[in-house]
Design a binder for this molecule. Structure first.
Ligand code: NAD
Length: 490
């Protein structure tokens, strides 16, 4: 049954003012929810209300340990509704239930972490160079905008909401049009946890309308964005007009390197997980596997044996490893990339098609796909596909390998499989990526900063210092001199 949902705007649960639209379950195309899209007027209302709310004593006067208490209650609220949230996110973007459960758990962990960081972060008494005392304190930036994509809503939204609230900011959310649910549920949980009305609003709808109005609004003091590089660059251009800080978590085309001495069982499992979990709809997907020529054939044999065993199917099933892609138009884009790879001379070793069978007919499913025979320069190896498509590339010379890995506009993540720690360190230092995984892949910890280099973005999320991204520093000089300033009295 289709659910009609409302959203939280300026402290009121109501319909947004734009046209009604619906969201679909990617596994069968059925309608999940109906809601209204927001308008530029809604953006203005939410931002104005947030600006008022953030100055009210109920929020502005909270001590850090009191804000930490609210964050702890949000973490508990998420955990209390954990299974329900995981099921709702599965319906929104078709990810397998085991994956959405992990995302919900990580969101709760993010609030818990930033609660601790909020309560323990210290301002500075800086060394004075004369008869005075100097302090540097952090103040909340103000009202911030958070714009998120559809692939891991609750996790990306928690990564923005938790540090922003910890810093004392107010937050106006713009979730992806097709996956609005998690941001709306987070707003509900935040309200129940004691976040005052107006401090959090959620504006579903189109990026070109709602996102654009949010970025341009004069009272928005920061944009935390996760999404594609083209959109991120547009946001950065607008941000320059008001010298507004941004964090941009953008796309990737991450290389995974298998060295001659790698434990091949570990490497195969890591490469499979790196590209095919989340059906490849992951910014950090390890989509280019560079395998040393001396182990290439054996690696390929074991990889293909593993791919054949991957369970593509119903995201509600406990055993499914790959659900459908997020929608039909995204699947069509993945299919175009595979055809491009074939046209560029690649050979499809596995997949390259939709799975067969009645249960797949209504969903946007696609098989895990492995392609070899392409040079790193091929478009299929250069551009982000955001789907379950792996390019296998042999290598033999380390300097050439590093040059190929770095020969890409993106720099989000990379993986290295080797038994030799010196090799791992040498290659890891040479790779131009924000994260390097060694003998593992796609592990995340909220205590470790995350972000990209090159066109994968700027700024970092997570880590204790993540809170500071939502603050501005103010310096105080306290004069301690017994006499008037000598310049005026000499
Ligand atoms: P997208 O860039 O199309 O959309 C992201 C968000 O931006 C959505 O909410 C969208 O409505 C909004 N948006 C679109 N146009 C806008 C505009 N003009 N102004 C303001 N907001 C606008 O990305 P997507 O298709 O939703 O997600 C996939 C992309 O996200 C991939 O490129 C992926 O690599 C990236 N991603 C990056 C990370 C990371 O941490 N680096 C994580 C997940 C996804």
């Amino acid at each position: 049954m289709t659910e009609k949902i409302q959203t939280l705007i300026a402290g009121q649960w109501r319909d947004a003012s734009g046209p009604e639209y619906s969201t679909e379950y990617p596994a069968d195309g059925s309608t999940v929810a109906r809601l209204h899209a927001a308008t530029a007027d809604d953006v203005n209302e939410a931002v104005q209300a947030a600006e008022v709310a953030r100055h009210q004593p109920a929020w502005a006067n909270l001590k850090r340990h009191e804000r930490a208490g609210i964050l702890h209650r949000i973490a508990s609220g998420i955990r209390a509704r954990g299974e329900e949230l995981a099921q709702l996110q599965r319906l929104d973007n078709g990810k397998p239930i085991n994956e959405t459960r992990a995302l919900v758990a990580s969101a709760a962990g993010t609030f818990q972490f930033f609660a601790a960081a909020c309560e323990t972060w210290e301002d500075a008494l800086t060394p004075a160079r004369g008869d005075y005392m100097t302090m540097s304190v952090h103040e909340p930036l103000g009202v911030v905008g958070a714009i998120t994509p559809w692939n891991s809503p609750i996790a990306s939204e928690a990564q923005k909401l938790a540090p922003a609230l910890a810093a004392g900011c107010a937050v106006v959310f713009k979730p992806a049009e097709i996956t609005p649910r998690m941001a709306i549920e987070l707003a509900k949980i935040a309200q129940q946890a004691g976040v005052p009305d107006g401090i959090v609003s959620v504006l579903p709808g189109k990026g070109s309308v709602v996102g654009d109005a949010l970025v341009k609004h004069p009272l928005i003091k920061r944009i935390a964005f996760t999404g594609g590089t083209t959109v991120g660059m547009g946001i950065q251009r607008l941000a320059v007009e008001k010298l507004m800080p941004t964090s941009l978590e953008l796309g990737g085309k991450s290389p995974t390197i298998v060295c001659a001495d790698a434990d091949l069982d570990h490497a195969v499992a890591g490469v499979l997980y790196g590209i095919f979990s989340s059906s490849g709809e992951s910014c950090i997907a390890g989509s280019r596997a560079f395998v040393h020529a001396s182990v290439y054939d054996e690696f390929k044999r074991r990889l293909l044996a593993g791919v054949k065993n991957l369970r593509v199917g119903d995201p509600a099933s406990e055993t499914t490893q790959m659900g459908p892609l997020v929608n039909m138009s995204h699947r069509a884009s993945v299919e175009r990339y595979v055809q491009l790879g074939i046209d560029e001379g690649g050979q499809v070793l596995f997949g390259g098609q939709r799975p067969q069978g009645a249960m797949f007919d209504q969903g946007s499913y696609y098989m895990p796909t492995v392609i070899e025979g392409l040079p790193n320069q091929a478009r299929m190896c250069q551009e982000e596909i955001f789907g379950p498509v792996l390019a296998l590339l042999p290598w033999s010379d380390e300097a050439d390998l590093i040059a190929q890995c770095n020969d890409n506009v993106y720099g989000l993540a990379s993986g290295i499989w080797t038994r030799d720690y010196k090799t791992a360190w040498r290659i890891g230092q040479a790779l131009q990526t924000g994260t390097v995984w060694i003998n593992t892949y796609k592990l995340f910890s909220v205590s470790t900063p995350f972000g990209g280099v090159k066109l994968s973005g700027t700024g970092r999320e997570k880590g204790r210092l993540g809170i500071l991204e939502y603050t501005s520093q103010k310096s105080f000089y306290w004069g301690l001199n017994e006499h008037p300033m000598p310049w005026a009295t000499a």
